[in-house]
Design a protein around this ligand. Structure first.
Ligand SMILES: *Cc1c(COP(=O)(O)O)cnc(C)c1O
Length: 426
């Protein structure tokens, strides 16, 4: 009998039955069939400690015995307060206020509402649109769909429903791009701001790594340049660090590569170590201060039922402790070395006719192919080799859990390379 579960992003006519997961430990998933699959993508990039981490599991159990949930409207509790303090401590200087919500998409909705209301409250009511980048992905809710890449961003069907925002070209300079390359990207951004700044509330970006839009990587200088442009044109800078946060790019936050503080920053995926859905939208004093006032317009009208959920906050605190005590940034550096050696430095792979580009940043690597056809069948190929790989579009990528050992990492890269060396393209 087929299951009533409706799977995401699936073509119902052609989808193959989803393997049933019965457990997981470390970087491995355990299937009902008895297979153990090494998860190359740590469940959409969030299970950064892997599965069944004893400290995270214990934190949830302990908190469940005390307080599972309470509304944050008019009430507070220890885990919400402590986590907010920790997030303020570890994020770039100046982000001092934390608004919780339940997912990355909602965290971005909160960021956009906050930016727009900030402009109204500070005397710029005509600044009502967002400026986003091509190749952006900021979530699947209606507000977020409108700031995803309007052409390739999988939501074009809904174009008529969505508010229209401004878009600048995606940055093209690589991570170590030259000043001239970055300068060209910033000129393109300036061009849009010059024409439309009087109606733009905020510039939104996934800093350094546009993830779901094709793992497009760029230079820290682009972030510094964007910060300066936002200041020049009275536009808030919003960093969507839902994917990049908590080490994915090699530093705790992508913003840390550039020494830039955005006005608003959104965290989710890795926030709870992936163990529960939650998000945090952080704001600077300047943004927060604009909301202090006497009119009805000064209240921020948003409040998801599960914001600040005690279980989520408690497990997020434990996740951060493990991250720091076990020096995860060093683990990420080791993963990065392996990814560079095995993929970037592999001549045969880079010369393969079905490989358009290979990119590595932190604990992220992608092999880009000219067309999606070149990746048809790769998931079942990888499964036969004991690896769970789930490419999208033209991108075969890995974003492993940080506890992935060097030999597990090479098992993943070996499978990625074998797909090309053993394929019909050979
Ligand atoms: C995943 C993601 C989101 C959406 O988060 P959800 O929790 O799936 O709603 C937003 N922005 C970025 C950059 C993401 O990678």
């Amino acid at each position: 009998m087929s299951s009533p579960v409706w799977h995401p992003y699936a073509h119902l006519k052609t989808q193959t039955p989803a393997p049933r997961v019965v457990g997981g430990s470390g970087a491995h998933l355990e299937l009902e069939s008895g297979e153990r699959l090494l998860d190359a993508t740590c469940s959409w990039w969030c299970m950064i400690h892997g599965y069944g981490h004893p400290r995270l599991v214990a934190a949830i159990r302990e908190q469940a015995g005390t307080l599972c949930h309470v509304m944050l409207g008019g009430l507070t509790h220890g885990p919400a307060d402590q986590l907010a303090r920790e997030l303020v401590r570890i994020t770039p200087d100046g982000l001092d206020h934390v608004f919780y919500s339940d997912s990355g998409s909602v965290g971005m909705e909160v960021a956009m509402k906050m930016a727009l209301q900030y402009q109204v409250l500070t005397g710029y009511p005509s600044k009502r649109r967002m400026l986003s980048l091509m190749k952006a992905y900021h979530g699947d809710t209606t507000g977020c769909m409108a700031v995803c890449d309007p052409e390739e961003g999988m939501h074009s069907l809904f174009a008529g429903l969505l508010p229209s925002h401004h878009f600048a070209p995606a940055p093209t300079a690589p991570f170590d791009g030259s000043p001239a390359q970055v300068g060209a990207d910033l000129d393109a951004l300036r061009h849009v701001l010059e024409r439309h700044h009087d109606e733009i509330a905020a510039l939104l970006m996934e800093p350094l790594l546009q993830a779901a839009g094709g793992l497009n990587m760029t230079s820290p200088d682009y972030l510094r340049g964007a910060r300066a442009l936002c200041d020049e044109f009275g536009v808030l800078l919003v960093f969507d660090e839902v994917a990049t946060g908590f080490g994915r790019t090699g530093k705790l936050f992508a913003a840390d590569h550039a020494g830039v503080t955005p006005d608003i920053m959104v965290l989710s995926k890795g926030l709870t170590g992936g163990y529960l859905g939650h998000a945090a939208t952080l704001a600077t004093d300047r943004v927060h201060a604009a909301f202090i006032g006497d009119s009805a317009q000064h209240a921020f009208m948003h409040g998801p039922t599960f914001m600040g959920n005690p279980l989520a906050c408690r497990v997020a605190l434990e996740s951060l402790r493990v991250f720091e005590e076990e020096d995860y940034l060093a683990k990420i550096a080791t993963l990065n070395q392996t990814l560079r050696r095995e993929l970037l430095d592999d001549r045969a792979l880079n010369a393969h006719p079905a490989v358009a580009d290979v990119r590595v940043l932190g604990a992220t690597a992608v092999i880009e192919t000219p067309t999606a056809d070149a990746l048809a069948g790769v998931a079942s190929f990888a499964r036969k080799h004991g690896v769970w790989l789930r490419p999208f579009g033209r991108w075969l990528y890995t974003m492993p859990a940080y506890i992935t050992s060097p030999s597990e990492m090479t098992q993943i890269t070996d499978v990625m390379k074998a797909w090309f060396s053993e394929s019909r393209y050979r």
